[in-house]
Design a protein around this ligand. Structure first.
Ligand code: SPV
Ligand code: MG
Length: 332
């Protein structure tokens, strides 16, 4: 993802449709976090996400939960992001049980899109209600720069799939109506991923496959099949039976030991690393807070935290300095 000539991350500015060469080159020097989507993009994020999901290669989406984590994922080289409901909730101090509102999520996703310029698949939970809430959420996410939304076949409020055993599934027809309403509203402008919770809820493979057929008929672009087992067996069995009637997306949070070669062999489309930026932040912040309180000093931790220059580079402060040079009056 790095610009080979400058070594910098290409900014969203590189995508400006009508920019002249000079403006284009200047904008390419950092992450132009402030450039509004309304200026337009040459490379549409939805097309980019579609390519990731439909390409024959295994693709990866990295979790992000705010502008900073989105920019870091881009700097690392990820081509797409997962706006995790769990991680966004955690970063806002909420539980992953629809305590954060849909407007909270839309707001965060907008910051992630601006700060990274990457295609974002948004965890839309169960759509925050019925078909009407789901289509409103999808439309607003599209307006704020999302490339896709993933809806899971549960009710509102949902609970994180790894918490407890109460995961009642939505009625298939009712959930299909949610998917249809989103498709009718956002069409090809937003990728629609239907997430099946049948394995999480303990209903087994047949139920999962039946649901996948129904959600494909309702207009989903891809199927996310979720599992909380520590081995990938049920996911691989699903992929074997499903035969890629739609691309398959997985979230190997619990079966994390499985090498990705197994997913390539199974024809999986996309792997989501679903919460690891948030968990890294928790571990890192906890460690640093613990040391500062114990040592009553910041002297020892300096080598273990990012330098301020690193933060400035990440968020394109050099571009701001250049803009000041260009736009601020020289006198006084
Ligand atoms: C999320 O990241 O919020 C997800 C994935 O939905 S999981 O937490 O595994 O349910
Ligand atoms: Mg979630």
């Amino acid at each position: 993802m790095l610009n080979s000539s400058t070594g910098e991350i290409p900014s969203q500015g590189t995508k400006l449709a009508h920019a002249d060469e000079e403006r284009h080159a200047r904008a390419a020097s950092g992450i132009a976090a402030f450039i509004p989507k309304s200026i337009g993009r040459v490379d549409d994020p939805t097309d980019a996400l579609r390519r990731l999901i439909t390409s024959p290669d295994l693709s990866f989406l990295m979790e992000a939960h705010d502008g900073l984590s989105a920019a870091i994922a881009r700097q690392a080289g990820f081509a797409g992001l997962w706006a995790s409901g769990l991680s966004i909730s955690a970063s806002l101090g909420y539980r992953d049980a629809n305590e954060a509102s849909w407007t909270d999520v839309v707001e965060v996703v907008g910051r992630m899109a601006d700060a990274s310029g990457l295609p974002i698949l948004v965890d839309g939970d169960s759509g925050f209600g019925n078909f009407n809430n789901a289509r409103l959420l999808a439309a607003k996410l599209l307006q704020r720069g999302a490339a896709g939304v993933c809806l899971e076949d549960k009710g509102f409020p949902k609970m994180n799939s790894f918490v407890g055993d109460r995961h009642p599934l939505a009625d298939i027809d009712e959930f299909s109506g949610r998917l249809k309403a989103v498709k009718d509203t956002t069409g090809d402008d937003l990728i629609l991923v239907a997430r099946i919770e049948a394995l999480i809820a303990g209903y087994g493979l047949e139920e999962a496959l039946m649901r996948a057929e129904a959600y494909a008929a309702a207009g989903a672009d891809a199927i996310l099949i979720h599992s909380r087992k520590s081995v990938p067996d049920e996911i691989l069995a699903f992929a074997d039976q499903w035969q890629n009637k739609l691309p398959v997306v997985i979230v190997p949070t619990k079966y994390y030991k499985t090498p990705v070669a197994a997913y390539r062999d199974a024809g999986i489309s996309t792997v989501i690393w679903a919460n690891h930026a948030m968990r890294a932040a928790v571990a890192g912040m906890r460690q640093i807070c613990g040391r500062i309180i114990a040592e009553e000093s910041i002297a020892g931790i300096e080598p273990d935290v990012a330098t301020l220059d690193e933060v400035f580079r990440l968020l394109g402060y050099d571009e701001l300095a250049a803009a000041e040079e260009r736009y601020l009056p020289k006198h006084g």
